[in-house]
Design a protein. Structure first.
Length: 372
């Protein structure tokens, strides 16, 4: 009997050892594949990106590629802080849901309840319409003079003045159309209902509870350790990104962060530490148009399916920076890519990393995981 038990134990150990080797082999394959992928996107002595892949709480790869500063030849590291552009929208959405949970508002409310000066144009525009981009309010970032506007330190009210008298593109709820204007209005609603500035509300209710030490509402005049420079590429080569005041992006895209904090934030959010699980489900449920069609966008996040798994994702683009993040809740897999050059397609890189992790063709992931 003892011999049989010993033999069984040997087989168990062999089996466990083979499983461990298989896991290590997969991780090794992912790391090597990402390293190889980076060489096709990062030019010698050019800007680059930081990547973080986590699976079930285990780090698969946390790595920087390229340069954080072309002027100083400083290498990229995972600690670098980037402008994350529209990845900021998830923070704004979570802030609104936090206020709803605290009884300060309902996302079903007409926005005029909090912004009475905003014309309704004969329609019921709700906070939810702003959150899921079904309001019909045109995005001010599509204006032909946006490049000049973004150089001026406008207040949120002055930004709203740019679009408030424009006609709606469609009746609220009837179509989906991505609108930075809607998130500017959400920032003002956060301020009106909380009695705090947008930044102060995020610090108290998002950044501190999630223990984020490298995430801020951007202030170009502040000295922030590990903040990286952004670049663009033209026919003459790389150059510093076009200047813009970070007052204009406001609640639609003025946050800076790094991959470490974005992971900490995502874990805290999905663990129910920031808002309850019931509120969280609203954030990651695709909106339904009045026609019954699903938009593929929840509240501050795209919601799709890939490799037979649900995936939540978003991208960010702002002068000099491109960002992308994916989360597969069923396998607890996070993928973050932050780049300091608009010449590097962070979404495409992240999609190809998804393909590597899920053993799919890169073209399949890139095609199926587009945000539009």
């Amino acid at each position: 009997m003892k011999v049989a038990v010993k033999i069984l134990m040997v087989f168990v150990l062999i089996f466990l050892g083979s499983c461990k080797d298989s896991i290590q082999s997969k991780d090794f394959f992912i790391v090597n594949s990402v390293d190889s992928l980076a060489t096709t996107y990062v030019k010698p002595n050019g800007p680059g990106f930081t990547v973080l892949v986590m699976e079930n709480g285990k780090e698969i790869i946390r790595q920087g590629y390229g340069l954080a500063s072309l002027e100083l030849s400083v290498r990229t590291t995972p600690q670098l802080i980037y402008k994350i552009g529209s990845l900021s929208k998830q923070f704004t959405a979570a802030a609104i849901l936090k206020l709803e949970e605290d009884g300060k508002l309902s996302i079903k409310d007409n926005i005029q309840k909090y912004l009475p000066e905003y014309p309704n144009k004969g329609y019921n525009i709700t906070i939810e319409n702003l959150l899921n981009h079904t309001s019909g309010i045109p995005s001010f970032t599509e204006r032909s003079d946006i490049s000049d506007i973004e150089k001026t330190a406008l207040t949120p009210e002055q930004i709203v003045a740019l679009f408030k008298d424009e006609p709606l593109n469609f009746p609220p709820g009837s179509k989906y159309s991505y609108s930075d204007s809607g998130y500017t209005l959400l920032g003002l609603i956060i301020e009106k209902t909380s009695g705090l500035g947008y930044e102060s509300f995020l610090v108290q209710n998002i950044f501190k509870p999630a223990k984020l030490k490298n995430t801020f509402c951007d202030n170009p005049e502040a000295l922030i350790p590990n903040r990286t420079q952004g670049y663009s590429l033209d026919s003459l080569g790389f150059k510093p990104a076009q200047f813009m005041t970070m007052k204009v992006p406001f609640a639609a895209g003025n946050i800076i962060s790094n991959v470490n904090d974005l992971y900490a934030w995502s874990k805290s959010l999905h663990s129910g530490d920031i808002i309850s699980k019931s509120q969280l489900s609203k954030m990651f449920t695709s909106a339904q148009l009045t026609s019954g069609t699903s938009t593929g966008y929840g509240l501050g996040s795209f919601v799709k399916t890939f490799a037979n798994e649900t995936v939540y994702f978003h991208d960010g683009w702002i002068y000099g920076f491109v960002s992308s993040q994916f989360y597969f809740p069923e396998s607890d897999t996070f993928i973050f890519v932050l780049s300091n050059s608009t010449s590097i397609d962070a979404h495409e890189i992240a999609s190809k990393i998804v393909a590597i992790v899920y053993n799919r063709q890169p073209s399949e992931a890139v095609e199926q995981l587009m945000w539009y």
